[in-house]
Design a protein around this ligand. Sequence first.
Ligand SMILES: [Ca+2]
Ligand SMILES: [Ca+2]
Length: 617
Amino acid sequence: MFDMNKNITLIRNLIAFILLITNVCLFSQTFKISKVEPPNWWSGMKTSEIQLMIYGENLSNVSVSSESDNLKVLNSVHTQNNNYLFVNIKILSGIDSTNSFSARLRFTDEIHDTVINFPVLARVHRTSHSGFSTDDVIYLIFTDRFVDGDSSNDKINNPYEKFPFGDLNGRHGGDLKGIIDYLDYLKYLGVTALWITPVLENNMWMSYHGYAATDLYKIDPRFGTKELYKNLVDLAHQKGLKIIMDQVTNHIGINHEWVHNPPTPTWFNGTQENHLPAHHDKLAFIDMHGDSVTYLKTERGWFTDYMPDLNQRDSLLAKYLIQNTLWWIEYLGIDGIREDTYSYVNQKFLGKWAKVILDEYPEFNIVGEIWKGEPAFLAKYQHNSIYSRDFDSNLPAVFDFALADAIRDFLSGKNGFRGIYETIAEDFVYSNPENLVTFIDTHDIDRALFVANGNTDKFKIALALILTTRGIPQILYGTEIGMNGGGHHGKIRASFPLEFNGDTLSVVDNIPSEKGKEIFGFTKKLLKLRKNYRAFRKGKLIHYPPGENFYVYKRVLEDQKIIIMLNNSDSLKIKLTDFYSSENIPRGLRNLLSGEYVDTSSGEIEINNPVNIFLEN
Ligand SMILES: [Ca+2]
Ligand SMILES: [Ca+2]
């Protein structure tokens, strides 16, 4: 007999089973993992608890476990966006730094699972991470505009580029290979450290400057590869040249994949559609009477509409950024960092960022770009500032925008030596005036020779000043051969015109102008003096109130006593009693630029050159 009830039960059970299967399929769509950042870590580092950022699809129900004894999964953090998963791991202590292994991480949900290998590498011990100091002279290389060493990469990866190749705002082809090709030139010139502008991928409408990264772990293919950058660092170290990486934690480029799909709702300050504009009233942060609204506008405004402002108060992003910096330092073996747009970044984050870096690399140095011309303002940003703050910046060095402004006012004729003297006289505000990076021009401002309206004598005074007074001098590429662009970023950042085929004997012949040849000879001579006489690097600075056309100062280190006389007139008689007590007048002075011996028995000397450097005999 047909059992109706039994059949109904069977059909019900079948329907229930089909629904169950459908539900399982609905709630466990296959997850995918497309990328892990950082791509690896190292054993034996102080920073051994690492946050992995997993990119993919349907990651909201995924859990992670380790199948390696040397690596432990601490926990996972799911955000509202199932394209991302954060996994905190610990590389277990006691692992020798020479140990390299591949950790197996198993990702599972109800149905699927997959294993990825996370490489933990042995650390490569190199002569690196050695910082920079007054023993160094920094040479600023604007990568795209320095030397094109590989024309085959000039036009690749250009989907968003708006400006034609060679345009003032376009690419000029400079690359990492070009820097490698010119290391012997730089060594010959006599600089000791290279500040290289950012070379991370900038897949942008205007990409040549490198300050709008679209991938924080990838070198822009128009500059080369990460392996080539590492090779550059190794070759530079072999030649005694240090490398300072230009680094940005304030913002990224608008075409970064995060912008249209933020990992967390608080990853950025605002959105592409709704954000604060750039705000440059940086004083509010330092000013004891400053207001918090203005400060927040400065910290959270977008530097430009195509540079989304990162919110370092988001703890997942903060950890990502700190690890990203550590990753490049360790991978490349660089010696220092120049931190871009320093005063626009969340300051507590930067304090922590610098501390982690310096704990890991105690000899390292970091210089922050705080673009303000008043010493007291700059001083408050420096590590151990004498002015109270509720936290320490841990920032060892700042750029000396105050001295640069004073020198440039001298070059333009707006002010005389007085401004320079008074700026240096304010050094008491700094916790460490020797850790000021001094300059007469950068890639962001008109070249010094342009500001001096082509006046070579004034230019020489300015250059000699930063190479002989306190601080760590920085020279912009091309300044040494008389490049004089101004009025437009593209003109300041013109392509370096000197051909160099590896033969240092032909350098001077290849400098395009007579003025350039003269400036090169002068620069090279000063760099050599700075290297040969430690007093320029470590000596006490004593300076004297300037006259209308002269400024005199000494660098004194034990029995090495040097007196520098800067002269902004045709000829000048200097009374030595203005700079020495009568019983201490030296018997003679050796002119270190000409080699000439000067008799001082008359108590007076006549100088005819703009720059005069004498060693007391
Ligand atoms: Ca190229
Ligand atoms: Ca900011």
